[in-house]
Design a protein around this ligand. Sequence first.
Ligand SMILES: *[C@@H]1O[C@H](CO)[C@@H](O)[C@H](O)[C@H]1NC(C)=O
Length: 198
Amino acid sequence: MHRLSSDVGSRKGALRSGWRWRWTASLLVLHAAVARASLFPDRYAMADVCTIRKELEVNCQVKSRLGKNETSGSFKGLLMQFGETDCRVSIEQCFPDSCYSFRDLTAQLPSDFLLLGSTGFFKKFEIIRGGKDARLTREGVSFVATSSKVVIEYSTVTCQEFFRYHGRVPIQLCNQPIEAITPIDTRGPNAIGCEATT
Ligand SMILES: *[C@@H]1O[C@H](CO)[C@@H](O)[C@H](O)[C@H]1NC(C)=O
């Protein structure tokens, strides 16, 4: 201990100028990062924000890189983020001609009014290839696989859009994940059918 502190004392000057240099260097790195981020804003957003990934251990399933809600009594839903934009996911080992679906768990939260045309937590869910009949409603999403690999692209609402609709939710946190969807289901009791509802 003593030796360390006298060592530190004798090298104080050298250390101080070393810090100054390091501080300048890290500012330069920061500048470079900011310049890069503003050159490619979309690419950055995609890399940072998309949560849904394929889950290869289960047929035709997805997982979230943020995991799921493990709190007992929760729906064990996948955690997602607001403002996920144009996220592309390939869902694999699906059975062609089967109907797949997942529920939007945010439909259970209190909402102030019925926003016409609101599609809940997602504002986009499209099939890029390998599927058809994607249907997005406040209840959730359903689609029919036409091949074993279904590639989809989705976007989620922004925090502002979400809480404009769910204004009565007591704690409104924008920078935290939200328990958003169930895993993909095919014939379970919670599955959403793929037949057009009239
Ligand atoms: C997880 O579930 C609990 C119990 O339902 C809930 O209070 C909590 O808000 C959920 N967490 C997230 C991140 O949604």
